[in-house]
Design a protein around this ligand. Structure first.
Ligand code: NAD
Ligand code: GLY
Length: 362
């Protein structure tokens, strides 16, 4: 297909390509053919995404001779459940899906995580591809093979690492994405700049208007760069033995904010934006990062339109919530910090006192 850029994720026999282009949904059949995919394809999507993009994917596949079917899941995080997965297994059995079939996850991170989980578990694993349509899914969740459903006791509690056969990113889909969702995805792009790429960070500083106006070249650059960074982290530590945790920059305080506000007040990216501001302040307090870098980070996030101030939560409640999180091992708070824009550092033992100090400064 013309107009496509390609990034390799090298994971030996689980390697795959990330394709990035504009208006490419109709041509997905070419990629499936190159993968040697069987005839049957089941598109898992939700009504909000299906109404915009289902037809292009489905008709493109059918026109190329694939036996393509669409299965919908209601829109929302509350449907990323084992119950919904069970309902989908029933549909797959009715459609006579087998190990030669392919699942295509068409949607945001909720659809990607759920469809990936189903692909990983149905008949002990069948091939799947990711067709992410939210910015968050395009720069983060579609790459790296984390699949999961939620449990009432916690998000993403039930899951498995299972890599897709390909990730196909059509930047044109971002035109229909609600603006708040675009901003939430941008928080993750800023994160990549902070942890790994000072040029990406500077690019965002200089070109944020173009990004927010969905300029094609700007989107392509930030998505491509983000995918390259995520892919290279996953190549080094596919199953999160250690290093992959750098992707959690901003997530320690971010998760505490999401939990303490019952996931109601903030999108994930918004909570991460606040979490990043405080992670940078902590880095500065500990002498790892200069004041100038921490001001640039806060300025960029607020220029994007992301929140940077803690909501009205008690510092001790935030600390207590962090202690319940998976970032705490042997009672020690592990924290991803920065040594300046483009450089990441994992600290294994952060004291509650220093955390309280930065959380008290509003
Ligand atoms: P989402 O999937 O709920 O999508 C956000 C909203 O945008 C939804 O209403 C969706 O229907 C809509 N939407 C998506 N694409 C659209 C488009 N092009 N046009 C119009 N509407 C569109 O949320 P998300 O932010 O994409 O993903 C969040 C999920 O991702 C969470 O469940 C989170 O746990 C998961 N996640 C997974 C990983 C991973 O590594 N697997 C990483 C980060 C997040
Ligand atoms: N979003 C974090 C990870 O994929 O590891």
């Amino acid at each position: 297909m013309h107009n496509l850029e390609c990034i390799d994720v090298d994971l030996k026999e689980r390697s795959y390509k990330i394709y990035i282009g504009f208006d490419i949904l109709k041509g997905i059949s070419d990629i499936l053919r190159d993968l040697g995919a069987g005839k049957k394809v089941v598109i898992i999507t939700n009504p909000s995404v299906n109404k915009f993009y289902g037809e292009a994917v489905n008709s493109g596949l059918r026109g190329a001779g694939f036996d393509s079917h669409t299965v919908e899941v209601p829109d929302g995080e509350e449907f990323k459940t084992i119950r919904e997965a069970e309902r989908l297994y029933d549909e797959l059995i009715t459609l006579k899906v087998d190990r030669g079939s392919t699942i295509a996850a068409l949607g945001g991170g909720v659809i990607g995580d759920l469809a990936g989980f189903i692909a990983a578990t149905y008949m002990r694993g069948i091939p799947y591809i990711q067709i992410p349509t939210s910015l968050l899914a395009q720069v983060d969740s579609s790459v790296g093979g984390k699949t999961a459903v939620n449990h009432p006791e916690g998000k993403n509690m039930i899951g498995v690492f299972y890599q897709p056969r390909a990730v196909i990113i059509d930047t044109k889909t971002l035109r229909t994405l609600p603006r708040e969702e675009l901003l939430a995805g941008l928080a993750e792009v800023v994160k990549y700049g902070i942890i790994a790429d000072a040029d990406l960070f500077e690019y965002l500083e200089r070109n944020i208007k173009a990004v927010l106006l969905l300029n094609h070249d700007a989107l392509r650059y930030i998505i491509k760069t983000s995918c390259r960074i995520k892919g290279s982290v996953v190549e080094l530590d596919e199953r999160e033995a250690g290093y992959r945790a750098v992707l959690n920059f901003g997530h320690t305080i971010g998760h505490a904010i999401e939990t303490l506000t019952q996931y109601r007040d903030f999108r994930h990216g918004e909570a991460i934006s606040i979490g990043m501001v405080y992670a940078v302040r902590l880095s500065e307090e500990m002498g790892f990062c200069a004041r100038d870098d921490s001001s640039r980070i806060e300025n960029l996030l607020s220029n994007i339109g992301l929140p940077t101030q803690l909501p009205d939560l008690e510092p001790d409640d935030i600390i207590a919530s962090i202690y319940l999180d998976k970032e705490v091992r042997n009672d020690k708070i592990r924290f991803v910090l920065t040594e300046g824009i483009g450089k990441v550092k994992i600290e294994e033992d952060i004291s509650p006192d220093i955390l309280r100090k930065i959380l008290e400064k509003r």
